[in-house]
Ligand binder design. Sequence first.
Ligand code: PFF
Length: 447
Amino acid sequence: MTKRVGFATRIGAIAAAVGSAVGLGNIWRFPYEAGNNGGGAFILVYICCIIVMGIPVILSEFIIGRSTHSNMKAALLKLSPGKKYYLFTYICIIGSFVVMGFYSVVCGWIIEYLYQAALGHLSNHTPEEYSNMFTSLVSNPWRCVGWTVLFLILNFLVMSRGIEKGIERVASIMMPLLFLILIIFCVNSLLLPGASKGLKFLFYPDFSELTMRGVLDAFGQAFLSLSIGISCLVTYSSYFKDDTSLTKDATTVAVLDTLVAILSGVMIFPAVFSFGLEPTAGPRLIFEVLPTIFQQMPGGYIWALLFFLLVFFASLTSTISLSEIPITFLIEEHKMSRPHAIAWAALFTFVLALFAALSFNVLDDIKLFGKNIFDMMDYAASNIFMLLGGLFTAVYVGWVLDRKVVHEQMTNGGRLKGRMEPFLIFCLRFAAPISIIFIFLYLTGII
Ligand code: PFF
């Protein structure tokens, strides 16, 4: 077994977990999901998901990871010797590649915008021109694939340097900076004329706009955003120290992650309404709205650059955690060297990302249920892999795992009160599985 290094400090460990959670899911995806599903109504469902499923599943992943200090497969084998639960690890690994596939394409778009910002091209354009700029990017296969490959090279270069110190340091600096910048942008947006319409759109719960599919999207978004259901947090928490309070850490991750998502909405929607843009523009929303905001701010050039740089780092701390899932698995279970494991992970990711990058241009006529390959990967990742993963994790820790292990981890061997334990067990046994199963039955038309 490879010698396991841990996170050096508790703050560093939290920063790394928050770094994994905070990413494109919050800044790019959350605002457009809310925009498409009735704003405030979506946010309410989303917050309920975070409380009854998000935090309990984060805690469950922490319990599995920290009690065993192992990757998912070894952990399930240690906790349930002789049982087949460990097979679930393979679903997690496929899930992590599917997320990486579409996610790295968006990261590629972010690098292009960073480049355009550096050249000073994100200024003096009309909203239509920004819209055309985005269309011309995604319809050009060379640019899309080129930026995606560049992102993947950077991602796997960071991985190859050994990440423990790297992730911890990068995340500890970048996360506070990201918060600061987000707050500045929010204040700026709120001062725009007509900002209140955007706030009303974001916070007023209009349930007539929320469909059952919207509820599913809220579930999927919560899972994607919190990085749960594909063993990412099992992998990270396997590096946690034994004396940190898992309950506190899980709650901190969930609260900060939700705060960034909501602040991203506050940054975007007042501006959308103020500039007369379309709140339901979908995945292109931030690429059209943000440049319009930057150009009317004093020092817009610097803000644009800083913003895309931070989104880039936020994405990188997420993709690092995603790639770590198969890499730790290959190193520990298949006895590969780190460079060897990285090469395999990079190859698989590249193939999937290639399909995703080409799905807006060369492969745009390949569609299933009206979705192109990119959309299918995005949908499958959050609404199938991560939700199913969440269901497995909840049922496993709630019903199968020895309660002594849960109690031991919740109380750090009796040193903490562990007051959340009954709530945790209730959510894991009933609330989370019943809601997830209900959503699946509804979508498959069974009820
Ligand atoms: N939580 C990340 C985001 O919101 O962008 C995405 C993510 C990272 C999902 C790590 C899954 C994961 F394992």
